[in-house]
Design a protein around this ligand. Structure first.
Ligand code: FPP
Length: 242
């Protein structure tokens, strides 16, 4: 039995999160500029988002741009932002047909105003589609930054007399995060051979199963997702219990 067939008979995780890594190496191997790798990465995202919808995955969260990615060349950052703008324009155009809900995790205030507007339009206009598939784009996202922004928001409410410090619980704190209302991912996938979490969903992934894979993100195929889901099913999730 192939891994793909093995996964086909098992329930899919409700929420899958992916670190879309390896675009640069994919381009380098072909003697292409890094931006060509990101373009192929955006295609891989389309392919995998469609496949997630076919499988019935309810939430797909992808790391598109981290708070650390600003350190890259202006050309590379500009290329990624252009791809995102083009994708969101297309998503807004096809919204009625595709029924995908979009959310954005990260500090959008640092993005250029056109991209910010596209993100907010996509988020607002797709909010009605809350029963099929939801894509969460992590954009200018860092897990530590998300936690700091949440702490600041909570502290402001405490200072305004809305809550006291003692009111804070884990579930209440979650409501101050960018991911408010979204269940934690059961499965986090990192392709490209790197084995670290890189500031991705630190609060939300404490009990996620991590699957690291050797394939570069632009080469990631539906069969690779099947393989990751099959590996997830082989894990014994205990959530700290015996
Ligand atoms: C990591 O690979 C990838 C990124 C920093 C950018 C991811 C962005 C996209 C896939 C395009 C976004 C657009 C849409 C529409 C989803 P890397 O560049 O760090 O690769 P490397 O480790 O091989 O250098």
């Amino acid at each position: 039995m192939t891994l793909a067939n093995e996964a086909a008979n098992l329930p899919v995780p409700n929420h899958i999160a992916i670190i879309m890594d390896g675009n640069g190496r994919w381009a380098k191997k072909r003697g292409l500029p890094r931006t060509a790798g990101h373009k192929a990465g955006a295609e891989a995202f389309r392919r995998i988002a469609n496949y997630c919808r076919t499988l019935g995955v309810r939430y797909l969260t992808v790391y598109a741009f981290s708070t650390e990615n600003w350190k890259r060349s202006q050309e590379e950052v500009g290329g990624i932002m252009r791809l995102l703008r083009a994708y969101l324009r297309e998503a807004l155009r096809d919204m009625e047909k595709n029924h995908v809900r979009f959310r954005f995790f990260g500090d959008l205030t640092q993005l250029d105003s056109k991209l910010q507007k596209l993100c907010l339009d996509a988020q607002n206009r797709s909010a009605v589609f809350d029963h099929e598939v939801q894509v969460n784009f992590c954009l200018n996202y860092g897990g530590r930054d998300e936690i700091i922004r949440a702490v600041r928001a909570y502290a402001a409410d405490v200072a305004a007399g809305k809550y006291s410090a003692e009111d804070l619980t884990e579930s209440f704190f979650s409501e101050f995060l960018d991911s408010a209302g979204v269940p934690d991912p059961e499965l986090v996938i990192r392709p490209s051979g790197e084995q670290r979490t890189s500031n991705f969903l630190p609060w939300q992934s404490v009990y996620s199963e991590y699957v690291f894979m050797d394939v570069l993100w632009p080469d990631f195929m539906p069969a690779d997702l099947d393989a990751a889901i099959a590996e997830y099913h082989r894990r014994n999730r205990r959530f700290g219990g015996a």
